[in-house]
Design a protein around this ligand. Structure first.
Ligand code: NDP
Ligand code: GDR
Length: 347
């Protein structure tokens, strides 16, 4: 049985990846940050009664800003594969907390690579590492973007991801480590964090339909993104670590849409006129924006045999359906006096 360690297991991708690996019979371990409120919502359904035999999910308290814990967890788990998904992953927020973002995203990746290197030098078995790189690293580079495109990062988050990417390549070349960098374009799902634009839109659509809110405030609606489904993208992460050699791979759909097009489609799903509800709030604009991302995934398709299953239209439909259901349940609670209609309106 293979063992995997996932940092960032409580995030969107961590939850889909844990599901995928458990389904393949892996023993899955994850790093959990201590928080004052529960932060395991996305993986609670994967909890497995430890008294019953079968694939297992085990959580370990830790943080990528704490190298000692990373070493301790590696010793304890003895993983075959490590997936580094931990990040302060919000681009806009990275302008507010740049040092913290660099510490987690760039130096966090370095700490993990150092810990894995020492673990192997100390007699631990060979570990394959996946580094969660981002299309944000391309930033202002002209679309379409592929592995051959030069990076031009436009935020503290993106600069930090570029550093993590190059740490990975350096550890590959300097120490012969198996480190693969995914360069993943935006991927979304009903589990997407509620402050990212797609989920913010689909949450608002559901709530507007149920009369729980009236306005949706957005920033730049002209930005273009290459949006795929997170469930398809974690498959590519796994494929990268099964490949015969470590490498860098772009994972994308090869299609690009504007935020405005996403809005139109999402509101249209529930028969709503977006122009009556959407307004600009400059607070959501970024000091430096990434205008157009459009990935070329041909290398991943050719060399990994990766293929996405969910189209853009299906993705929007899936997210609107799920968030409409969520809003219906909220409506019941509001009507029963258990919840204020303003709950969650300030995203
Ligand atoms: P999320 O923001 O949903 O999840 C981030 C995860 O990292 C959470 O589990 C979070 O824990 C954890 N985390 C944050 N800070 C620390 C820390 N200091 N130590 C340990 N864990 C920490 O991100 P996604 O799931 O969307 O993305 C996964 C990774 O892929 C990230 O690295 C992201 O930057 C990258 N990426 C994402 C893309 C996307 O479109 N989704 C595209 C390209 C790259 P907690 O739950 O406690 O906050
Ligand atoms: P992004 O995702 O920055 O691409 O990073 P996000 O959904 O935050 O923004 C996408 C685009 O929408 C515009 N936008 C808004 N964004 C947010 N969050 N809120 C708004 O109200 C709003 N209005 C317009 C943004 O300006 C931007 O152009 C995501 C993250 O998951 C990163 O971690 C990951 O690396 C990249 O995707 C690939």
């Amino acid at each position: 049985m293979k063992r995997a360690l996932i940092t960032g297991i409580t995030g969107q991708d961590g939850s889909y990846l844990a599901e995928l690996l458990l389904g393949k019979g892996y023993e899955v371990h994850g790093l959990l940050r201590r928080a004052s409120s529960f932060n395991t919502d996305r993986i609670d359904h994967l909890y497995h009664d430890p008294h019953v035999p079968g694939p297992k999910l085990t959580l370990h308290y830790g943080d990528v800003t704490d190298g000692t814990v990373l070493r301790r967890v590696l010793e304890k788990v003895q993983p075959d594969e490590v997936y580094n998904l931990a990040a302060q992953s919000h681009v806009r927020v990275s302008f507010d907390v740049p040092e913290y973002t660099a510490d987690v995203v760039a130096t966090g990746a370095l700490r993990l690579l150092e810990a894995v290197r020492d673990h192997m030098v100390g007699g631990g078995k060979t570990v394959r590492v996946y580094q969660a790189g981002s299309s944000e690293m391309f930033g202002a580079a002209h679309p379409p973007q592929s592995e051959a495109t030069a990076f031009y990062p436009r935020s503290p988050y993106a600069v930090s991801k570029v550093a993590a990417h190059w740490y990975g390549i350096n550890y590959r070349e300097a120490y012969g480590m198996f480190v693969s960098n995914g360069i993943l374009f935006n991927h979304e799902s009903p589990r997407r964090g509620e402050t990212f634009v797609t989920r913010k839109i689909t949450r608002a659509v559901g709530r507007i339909k149920e009369g729980l809110q009236d306005k949706l405030f957005l920033g730049n609606m002209d930005a273009k993104r290459d949006w795929g489904f997170a469930g398809d993208y974690v498959e590519a992460m796994w494929l990268m670590l099964q490949h015969h050699t470590p490498d860098d791979f772009v994972v994308a759909t090869g299609e690009s849409y504007s935020v405005r097009q996403f809005v139109e489609l999402a509101f249209g799903q529930l028969g709503l006129d977006w122009q009556k509800h959407v307004e600009l709030d400059p607070r959501y604009l970024r000091p430096t924006e990434v205008d157009a991302l459009h990935g070329d995934p041909s290398k991943a398709i050719r060399e990994l045999g990766w293929k996405r299953k969910v189209s853009f239209q299906q993705l929007v439909e899936m997210m609107v359906k799920s968030d409409h259901e969520l809003a219906r349940r909220e409506r019941v609670l509001v009507d029963a006096g258990h919840l204020s209609a303003a709950h969650g309106a300030h995203r």
